[in-house]
Design a protein around this ligand. Structure first.
Ligand code: GDP
Length: 195
């Protein structure tokens, strides 16, 4: 996909702030610092629209990025950061629940995971949460460039096995450094936007 326009429309904390124009949406989830902003920026050819290395624990919002006036990427706040208070965690949970249970325009979710490591308990919980909401999930296994070529297949296999990926879900090895996996990501995203 050729991205000609990308802009942040709103950082929302509750349903009444979500955009009302009924465009299809793809949500993006992932552990804090996993490389989610880098993934978004790479896909839309922008250095810094989705802010990288944003401090975990800062104000948590759902960030709606409008792409080519045709659909939204919805960046949901990262999880798995140990130093977040119980109160913050509950707020995060409430916001996620509200969004994923009510959003009718949501077509699929992207779950960004680190290909170097075995998916964490938090990653698996997030995958189950998304499947519970009956969403197709695209797993982006990022930081591919950090793994030697002869070990890549093995890492991909482990990621698939640990998530116990559903037959229709896909794992895409990806690198924000090299752009590997970018075309495949767009192709599957386009597929879900049309359905
Ligand atoms: P976020 O908190 O999930 O949005 O993570 P960021 O996108 O801010 O990335 C966290 C760190 O990982 C940053 O220092 C990025 O430069 C680095 N990073 C992200 N993706 C990749 C990748 O594909 N390859 C490499 N080598 N580093 C990456």
């Amino acid at each position: 996909m050729k991205v000609t326009n990308a802009e942040i429309v709103i950082s929302a904390v509750s349903q009444k702030q979500y955009p009302g124009d009924m465009l299809p949406e793809i949500a993006l989830a992932g552990r804090s610092n996993v490389g989610k902003s880098s993934f978004i920026n790479k896909l839309i050819n922008r250095k810094n629209l989705a802010r990288t290395s944003s401090k975990p624990g800062k104000t948590q919002t759902l960030n709606f990025y409008k792409i080519n006036e045709g659909f939204y990427f919805v960046d949901v706040p990262g999880y798995g950061y140990a130093k977040v208070s119980k109160k913050e965690r509950e707020k995060w949970g409430g916001m996620m629940e509200e969004y994923f249970t009510t959003r009718e325009t949501l077509k699929a979710a992207i779950l960004v995971t680190d290909l170097r490591h075995e998916p964490t308990k938090d990653d698996l919980q997030m995958y189950d949460f998304l499947k519970y909401h009956e969403l197709p999930v695209i797993i982006i296994a990022t930081k591919l460039d950090k793994i030697p070529k002869n070990k890549r297949a093995q890492h991909v296999k482990r990621t698939k096995q640990t998530f116990e990926v559903a037959p229709d879900d896909i794992v895409i090895p990806f690198s924000s450094e090299t752009g590997e996996g970018k075309d495949e990501s767009w192709s599957i995203i386009s597929h879900y936007l049309k359905n």
